[in-house]
Design a protein around this ligand. Sequence first.
Ligand code: NAP
Length: 282
Amino acid sequence: MILDGKAVAETVKADVTARVAALKERGISVGLATVLVGADPASHVYVRSKRRTAEATGINSYHHELPADTPQVEIEALIEQLNADPAVDGILVQLPLPKGLDSDRITELMDPSKDADGLHPFNLGLLVLGRDGLTPCTPTGVMRILEHYGIDVSGKNVVIVGRSFLVGRPQALLMTQRGADATATIAHSRTRDLAAVCRAADIIVAAVGVPKLIGADHVSPGAVVIDVGINRTDDGLVGDVDFEAVKDLASAITPVPGGVGPMTVAMLMHNTVSAAEKRAGV
Ligand code: NAP
């Protein structure tokens, strides 16, 4: 089974559109501010897609584009301005920021209730505590894909390859929350015999950034394979999973593109409307 992230993202966006419209009926509009610093082409593509999706769901998009040599203090002042702006419910600072900028400090300055990416230490702390908060878009999107296709993670062995704060670690927290109840292993570049670790998995989530790292050796027959990787190669966009080698072994697999990527954007809109509802007391 191919897990069609694009189709699942459409269902999330339809839900967001309805919630935005319901707020509008009460005289409340929803706003997402995007902050893009520098000229990284991939970041420009991502932000364009996020702005377009915001507008398609009825969310007002406020875009701030700054040159790579913008001083840290100027970006910090912009974040403070967005924190105070009642039209802004969600703030997205596109990462990575150009060298020399302190992205941790910029994230920490953000009002956690407007942290559309769910990456503020306060929100990550709530996730550790198992309390409600804004959760990181990509791993939350992975959970939503599994849920949509009725793939229950409860009691399953999940191996997550990659330990970034953006994907791998929050993915493990979401998998092991009460209610999800998976058993999670986080593998990384120092893991011994990655293939053997992965073969023990019912579900593999690959978030590595190494094209086609996960091959037939890593996948037990019938395992579910979620490919978070987006790698730009001479052959175009390639995931962290060798799709051709694995697709007949896996019981279900996400493609790249069209798998997890569209979910990340959809969950950003979900977080933004959730933030607006919370502010409105809905
Ligand atoms: P990251 O911060 O670079 O983290 C990569 C992780 O992979 C690290 O924990 C690293 O281990 C581990 N790793 C690297 N080489 C490995 C190897 N040979 N064997 C086992 N583990 C290895 O990357 P990220 O931000 O999590 O992103 C991962 C991938 O997902 C990238 O391709 C990125 O473009 C993609 N991504 C996609 C979306 C989406 O919307 N689909 C969103 C975010 C990211 P160490 O910690 O030991 O170095």
